[in-house]
Design a protein around this ligand. Structure first.
Ligand SMILES: CC(C)(COP(=O)(O)OP(=O)(O)OC[C@H]1O[C@@H](n2cnc3c(N)ncnc32)[C@H](O)[C@@H]1OP(=O)(O)O)[C@@H](O)C(=O)NCCC(=O)NCCS
Length: 182
């Protein structure tokens, strides 16, 4: 299994089934447009060339200061906060049934990409707009709720860096193991 940049000419997205119509349709109909218009980078988990086991999207984003939880808001100036957005993330149902842990692999890859971006531009955190029944998935990796209804989550870039540099030093063992690629 490897994670590669989505290539609309090569990847077969017709058979992709995450169990979530909106996410399947995005890959089929809108992912190549997003690439063309530079709205998102799309990454695909593939086993055999062209086969899609899962995908995620990554974009630049900005958070309002008023969206931050109190403790973080107190420490930052009252300006918009630069972030990397995981816009969509989904694994194929068959891959889930086979226990391939595609969700974990995609998320770890996304966090590594965010770190790479943070080496060249200011990135305070990674954010995700979760589906209601997937909040638990992100919380396992250390994501925390932003203000609001609880579906928008964030993970500070400092935490991700710590996990990468010194996996055993963190209390967030789940994210640690993920960052190690287990
Ligand atoms: C959420 C999703 C990406 C997880 O992918 P996955 O391939 O099942 O993930 P993994 O197999 O790597 O799971 C890692 C761990 O998270 C747990 N987990 C998976 N989905 C979970 C969920 N929705 N809530 C809580 N925990 C979850 C797994 O049980 C596993 O636990 P373990 O380490 O104790 O074995 C996948 O279920 C999916 O595509 N769902 C539909 C689309 C969606 O909701 N996407 C997220 C919002 S954009």
């Amino acid at each position: 299994m490897k994670i590669v940049a989505f290539d609309p000419r090569r990847h077969d997205r017709g058979g992709f089934d995450s169990g979530h119509d909106g996410l399947d349709e995005y890959l089929r109909r809108y992912a190549s447009q997003s690439l063309r218009h530079h709205l998102a980078r799309v990454y695909v988990a593939e086993d055999e060339p062209g086969q899609v086991l899962g995908y995620y999207t990554l974009s630049a984003a900005s958070l309002g200061h008023d969206e931050l939880p109190d403790d973080l808001a107190r420490r930052l100036p009252k300006y918009p906060v630069p972030a990397v957005l995981i816009g969509r993330l989904a694994s194929d149902r068959r891959a889930r049934a086979a226990g391939l842990r595609i969700g974990t692999r995609l998320l770890v890859h996304a966090l590594q990409q965010a770190l790479r971006a943070a080496d060249t531009i200011g990135v305070q955190c990674v954010i995700v707009d979760s589906k209601p029944d997937s909040v638990g998935f992100y919380r396992r990796f250390g994501f925390l709720p932003l203000r609001g209804e609880g579906l928008k989550l964030y993970l500070p870039i400092n935490t991700i860096r710590l996990l990468e540099a010194e996996p055993s030093a963190s209390g967030s063992s789940r994210a640690t193991r993920g960052a190690q690629g287990e």
